[in-house]
Design a protein around this ligand. Sequence first.
Ligand code: 5GP
Length: 191
Amino acid sequence: MSKKGMMVILSAPSGCGKDTVFREISKIRNDVCESISATTRNPRNGEIDGVSYYFKTVDEFKKMIENSSFLEYVCYNGCYYGTPAEPVRNIINSGKICFLIIEREGAQKVMKSNPDAVSIFLLPPDLDTLKKRLIKRNTETEDAISNRLEIAKEEIKCSDLFDYVVVNNELKRAVYEINEILDNELKKRNS
Ligand code: 5GP
């Protein structure tokens, strides 16, 4: 019997280190892939179209909505973000683990439409640490950072809706815990 793939939703407030955690996991496992989202926000320095995101105009994004191209999409912090459905299906059908690294509202939509998905919420050690991380990233205005912190407070309230909650206090520890979750979930599905 061929090995089954699975969908993993990794959600966390912006600045919690979801991308870093995924990067570390992909260094130690060769069965994980990341879904590349589409967004209407402007690229940041160093971001590459088709690698970091598919950068779209609002019109292009709306066309994709009309064509039912998204597994989920949201308007977050004034911009659209969405998960193209087909690549996710292809990754899972190939027997791999497809990570959706998305904010809470989109995560909840996917949890509803795909009850088989494993959902993980990454928590910052505290809001002060999160604020410092957002400031250190130096990619956002003060207003945008305050807005992201307000969104973060709301997102954290919903963390108990997820299958697993992992605190990203120490990167190595968080990666270890998520790696264990993946192994256990795969064992359940393939036994
Ligand atoms: P950023 O602008 O910092 O790249 O992303 C802002 C937030 O949107 C982050 O929490 C990120 O995980 C989330 N995000 C990225 N892509 C998607 C997506 O396709 N759908 C949803 N719902 N959120 C996304």
